[in-house]
Design a protein around this ligand. Structure first.
Ligand code: UGY
Ligand code: MN
Length: 254
């Protein structure tokens, strides 16, 4: 890096509890015990107002977590491979995940990761406290998002969505990919109780966050807090697509 070439400036916007746009240029590395030969940046956390933790992980050659990520009795975890090839292990079963590959580990199950690439692999990683439901238990899920068909989003054939986890009530959250063709937009500005952590996979757009229109692009991360206004217009020539988390299947607690 070294000396700056111009006055210091940033596209990132941080509004604790409401929303955050975190551009990749501002990220620093955080040491997270258990991850060897990995550069990690912690994104949303409870300190920002999120009820989950998201990370962006670059696994270098030989990078791994052989102690196991999470696995506490009340914590669920999820990994999505952005680039590269990794071996992910859960409950002694191995999954080879390439770009768009993912693994969900339910509470009590540790996630082991190992980079299989000669260079770097990049991951979007998540953990959250699981909200139990009597008689129900989620299970390990793995797949590749690029093998799941998109469906029309909200009756619009220029906006597409896919779900990465089952919609069964045993699961208290899901990961989705939402993709807007150039010039497409949300049907309305959402205001809902659920939070999101979203990693932008492609394209450019104008994103409404708390009723401000903000330019966003591939590589950005957005935290959306409860009830924050949210909607997007896709601009440019590529679809604006992001992978994001959303709680579901549970009542609000008093
Ligand atoms: O599922 C959602 O709430 C999604 N449509 N939100 C969003 O894209 N900001
Ligand atoms: Mn939403």
């Amino acid at each position: 890096m070294g000396y700056p070439k111009d006055l210091l400036s940033s596209r990132s916007i941080i509004k604790h509890g409401k929303y955050a746009l975190i551009a990749p240029e501002g990220l620093v590395n955080n040491v997270v015990p258990g991850f060897d030969n990995c550069s990690m940046s912690i994104l949303a956390t409870p300190k920002l107002g999120a009820s989950f933790v998201d990370y962006i992980v670059t696994m270098h050659e030989g990078g791994k977590n052989s102690e196991g990520f999470c696995g506490q009795e009340d914590v669920e975890s999820f990994v999505y491979v952005l680039e590269g090839k990794v071996k992910a292990t859960a409950d002694e079963k191995e999954y080879v995940l390439e770009g768009s590959g993912y693994l969900y580990c339910p509470p009590g199950v540790k996630m082991y990761l190992e980079n299989l690439e000669a260079g770097d692999s990049r991951l979007f990683l998540y953990k959250q406290k699981y909200k139990p439901l009597e008689g129900r238990k989620p299970w390990v899920i793995s797949g590749h998002a690029n093998q799941i068909e998109f469906r029309d989003y909200d009756d619009m054939n220029n906006v597409h969505i896919k779900d990465l986890l089952p919609t069964d009530i045993d699961f208290d959250m899901n990961f989705h990919i939402l993709s807007f063709d150039p010039a497409a937009c949300h049907p309305f500005i959402e205001t809902h109780v659920q939070e999101h952590g979203a990693y932008l996979l492609s394209g450019e757009g104008m994103y409404n966050l708390d009723n401000e229109w903000i330019p966003v692009k591939k590589g950005d991360y957005i935290f959306m807090g409860p009830y924050v206004h949210q909607a997007a217009y896709a601009v440019g020539r590529e679809p604006l697509a992001y992978v994001y988390s959303k709680d579901c299947n549970r009542d609000a607690s008093l």
